[in-house]
Write a protein that binds this ligand. Structure first.
Ligand code: SIN
Length: 528
């Protein structure tokens, strides 16, 4: 594309959440010229909405170790966690959190040390938090406030395509909110676009989470993996008739003693799992879904009335509850599962490298192997910090030798198939959520295909709709092929885990415009 304008950089970062800003800062600190492209205001991504905290071993909790954190992560991940990658990422957590604190992030304290809470799947209290339940907002604030002034931030610019020439990245094509196209020529692009919540009618993600990074990566030749593992948070606030972002009701409330009950008062987790309310997220979300199906109720209840000083400790949740007329200190909170997190994504190593030279990815958009089939609570901000920082450093190292300055390349994607968004979201919510089966997945594909038409990628809405259609295709294909239940991939026609799928990740690639499935080649990014 010859845009209306062109610019040059060493690194273009797409996204301005925890991973993107960590990468941008690190690369800038190492002397690179960095441009951050973000399609809304810089603080409008998922990071800002994260509540519970950051799971990290800082060495000041008696008996807790990185090995124990790794073990909890592996156990939650349903046999698909890459233990070596996990030990590598979690082991780097302490330094990453120290670095974040040195940039001004303030965490809640208890006496002379940081306060801790507990969430589902964790064997101990190891989750640090800020502002009670506003951890993501503090991380976002601190990273933006400390962003080096040399970094150019292009807000309200949507990434259209990664430019490539002879297999190498040449930069990024963008379009702004007024429809003006542009090109940033650069030898390195880092995707940090966050999640895929826009695939579903209700999600805890903000509106910007429309799978853009998955689409950019697929079209650039990179592989996705584990995309069938779409995590539903057990406790989103049950706002009647809501479509869009559902307020999160953090798991940390259960860590502090809140209890899930059916409308009848029976404990939701009674007889389901010995860990009760603090079982991993996939188990709790599955149990609530089963209760809703059995009873026909619209929601279950989270009783937080016994949590000490609950309004002060959880001000974000308290405000959301106030918004629907519920005082969480006095009455139970209506909750139900909502889409929350993509456990899979663009295949990378633990420095964010994809299989495409010049393309990196970090944060929720990526798949390092840390989450497997079900992400452990509060591991995501940590992953964004660690891998984002490393990716920024890795780009700087990769660009340190002699190199050719790329020219802006020709148009990579002019049009793509896009579906009607409301139709797609309704179909995905019915056929590709918790309790999916073969006929529902096939029907969902048919509905989306029937509503798909080619669109020019000349606006944010068109880019998002096309990304959602491609991402839905990837999720449906991977979910249809995995004939078992594992982690947050719960199939009603294959309700049990099948050992033949143990350790087997499915990769998705785009070949001649068609999505292809294969076994993940762990030697980075390819599909065997
Ligand atoms: C929560 O606070 O319950 C969400 C934390 C997470 O998604 O890791």
């Amino acid at each position: 594309m010859i845009g209306s304008w062109s610019a040059a950089a060493d690194l273009v970062v797409v996204g301005s959440g925890v991973a993107g800003l960590s990468a941008a800062s690190e690369a800038s600190r190492r002397g690179l010229r960095v441009v951050v492209v973000t399609k809304d205001a810089p603080d409008e991504g998922s990071t800002r909405w994260a509540q519970g905290g950051i799971a990290v071993v800082l060495g000041d909790v008696a008996g807790d170790t990185v090995d124990a954190h790794v073990a909890d992560t592996v156990a939650a991940g349903g046999g698909l966690v890459d233990a070596a990658a996990t030990a590598d990422i979690l082991g780097a957590g302490r330094a990453a959190v120290q670095d974040l604190r040195s940039r001004g992030a303030l965490f809640d304290a208890s006496g002379t040390r940081l306060a801790r809470t507990r969430e589902g799947g964790h064997g101990t209290t190891r989750v640090i938090h800020a502002g009670g339940d506003a951890t993501g907002a503090e991380v976002q604030r601190a990273l933006l406030a400390a962003l080096p002034g040399e970094i150019t931030v292009l807000a309200h610019h949507t990434a259209v395509a990664v430019g490539r020439d002879r297999g190498r990245v040449t930069g990024l094509e963008v379009v702004d909110d007024a429809g003006v196209p542009g090109v940033v020529a650069a030898p390195a692009v880092l995707l940090a676009t966050g999640g895929v919540g826009g695939l579903y009618e209700t999600t805890t993600n903000p509106a910007v989470a429309t799978a853009d990074g998955w689409a950019l990566a697929l079209r650039a030749g990179a592989a996705l993996a584990d995309v069938e593992f779409v995590q539903f948070h057990p406790t989103a606030l049950a706002v009647p008739r809501l479509v869009g972002r559902a307020p999160l009701v953090t798991e940390a409330l259960r860590g502090e003693g809140a209890h899930l009950v059916e409308l009848s008062g029976r404990g939701v987790m009674d007889d389901v799992d010995p860990r009760g309310d603090l079982a991993p997220r996939d188990v709790v979300a599955g149990a609530i879904t089963a209760v809703l199906a059995r009873t026909g109720a619209e929601h279950v209840l989270l009783d937080a009335t016994g949590v000490p000083d609950v309004r002060r400790r959880f001000p974000t949740v308290a405000a959301a509850c106030d918004g629907i007329g519920v005082d969480l200190a006095r009455e139970p909170i209506p909750v139900r599962p909502a889409q929350h997190y993509a456990c899979g994504g663009v295949v990378t190593d633990t420095t964010g490298r994809t299989g495409v030279p010049g393309l990196w990815a970090a944060g929720e958009v990526a798949r390092t192997g840390l989450h497997g089939a079900n992400r452990l609570a509060s591991n995501s901000l940590l992953e964004g910090l660690v891998v984002g920082r490393r990716a920024g450093a890795d780009v700087a190292a990769a660009l340190s030798g002699p190199r050719v300055v790329p020219e802006p390349s020709g148009l990579v994607v002019g049009t793509a198939l896009a579906a009607d968004r409301a139709v797609l979201q309704r179909a995905m919510s019915r056929g590709a959520a918790i309790g999916r089966d073969a006929s529902g997945l096939a029907a969902t594909s048919d509905v989306i295909e029937a509503s798909s038409v080619p669109v020019a990628l000349d606006s944010r809405a068109a880019v998002e709709d096309a990304a959602l259609a491609l991402a839905a295709g990837a999720v449906l294909a991977a979910a249809g092929s995995r004939t078992e239940s594992r982690g947050c991939h719960l199939r009603s026609d294959f309700p049990r885990r099948d050992d033949r799928w143990q350790g087997a990740s499915t990769a998705v690639t785009l070949v001649d415009g068609r999505l292809c499935l294969g076994a993940l080649d762990t030697a980075l990014g390819g599909a065997a």
